[in-house]
Write a protein that binds this ligand. Structure first.
Ligand code: PMV
Length: 357
């Protein structure tokens, strides 16, 4: 019959890089020029919820993002859909009397509805949560028998940073060596319980959408900045080793030093791009000064900051006490009604929740 619909809903949190990915060596497969490390947030806060549905009544693949239909014709969506479809298996739902064979998937179409509970494309890594969730929910719907590492290589082809959202806790995206990207995957470093004292506070300085996609800016950086090559070859490989060790040891001083330095170098490479790119604004700079001053006056660092492709600050506090003090300080300097909203989050305790219905 043409009447049945089979659906899967999944929820995926975003992740924030502490050692940044910036620059691709292959734009189609999305292969990075350096390894990166991130922390996955709790899905209760910044996450994408995606429902994927299949029915013989659907005559084309369609997708809605935050209630508005978007085109699936772009290469990134097509790559993810193709890779998942190629791995589809038989699906049987006895209660509903549905039987889909491996072969059927070639002719069946999907509808996708995705919601972000945070501003889309404002430098809060919405594409990371979005593509990770799309790939994960499609894989569940089509009964794909691959582990999260293999799924991460598919999510990577949607958005590089998305591969890191397939796991909770701290995650490394290994750039890999293979030309086909098979070894460019996410690897979990430690789970969310390992360093559960940390508190993440996001200061939403501006929730407006970015004007240019990160892909075109990355390309310009790789083509015009001498700093980015030095960074990828000489700086990041050492930082990755040091960061992994700091995370293993819960060494907050080293963690803060590396996180802040890496954010600053990423933004320096943006400034070194021709034409230069400014992601941070005056408020972002004031937040950096405020945190730097406080960390220095305390003797030991209390808070690390990092900024992605936008002006919003991600602040990682040593523990709840430092987080509370940080909020007081920030509220003093940026009172409510100013343009800055403060929200606090904890590290993700579960990277994915599924509910098959
Ligand atoms: O995956 P993209 O194309 O959204 O790029 C993300 C780049 C940064 O967020 C700036 C850094 C990172 O590693 O997430």
């Amino acid at each position: 019959s043409q009447k049945w619909v089979l659906m899967v809903t999944a929820q995926t949190p975003t992740n924030i890089a502490v050692i940044k990915y910036w620059g691709k060596r292959d734009e189609n497969l999305i292969l990075a020029i350096n390894d990166s490390i991130s922390v996955t947030l709790d899905p209760a806060h910044l996450c994408t919820t995606t429902t994927v549905a299949v029915s013989p009544a659907f005559n084309q693949d369609r997708m809605w993002l935050n209630g508005k239909e978007i085109s699936l014709s772009g290469g990134r969506y097509q790559n993810c859909l193709r890779e998942i479809r190629a791995r589809a298996n038989d699906v049987e739902d006895e209660k509903k009397g549905i039987k889909i064979t491996k072969k059927d998937w070639e002719n069946l179409h999907v509808h996708v509805a995705s919601y972000n509970n945070f501003p889309t494309a404002a430098g809060l890594a919405s594409s990371a949560a979005g593509f990770a969730c799309l790939v994960y929910s499609l894989a569940k719907l089509m009964n794909v028998q691959e582990d999260n590492g293999r799924l991460s290589a598919i999510a990577r082809q949607g958005s590089g940073s998305a591969c890191r959202s397939l796991y909770g806790g701290f995650v490394k995206w290994v750039m890999g060596k293979e030309e086909n990207g098979s070894d460019s995957i996410a690897v979990p470093l430690v789970d969310e319980k390992h360093w559960d004292e940390l508190v993440i506070i996001i200061a939403v300085v501006c929730s407006r959408q970015k004007e240019t996609s990160s892909t075109s800016v990355m390309r310009e950086t790789v083509e015009t900045s001498a700093l980015i090559e030095h960074r990828a070859k000489e700086v990041v490989p050492k930082r990755i080793i040091q960061m992994e060790e700091a995370i293993q040891k819960c060494d907050f001083a080293t963690f803060t030093h590396l996180t802040c330095a890496d954010s600053n170098q990423f933004h320096a490479a943006c400034l070194d791009t021709s034409p230069p790119i400014f992601y941070m604004n005056d408020t972002s700079h004031r937040i950096i000064s405020c945190v730097e001053k406080w960390n220095r006056s305390e003797g030991t660092p209390q808070v690390a900051y990092t900024f992605d492709a936008g002006p919003n600050a991600v602040l990682i506090a040593r523990n709840r006490t430092s987080a509370a003090l940080l909020l007081q300080r920030l509220l003093f300097h940026f009172p409510p009604n100013s343009e800055t909203d403060l929200n606090s989050y904890v590290i993700g305790d579960k990277s994915l929740i599924e509910d098959i219905g």
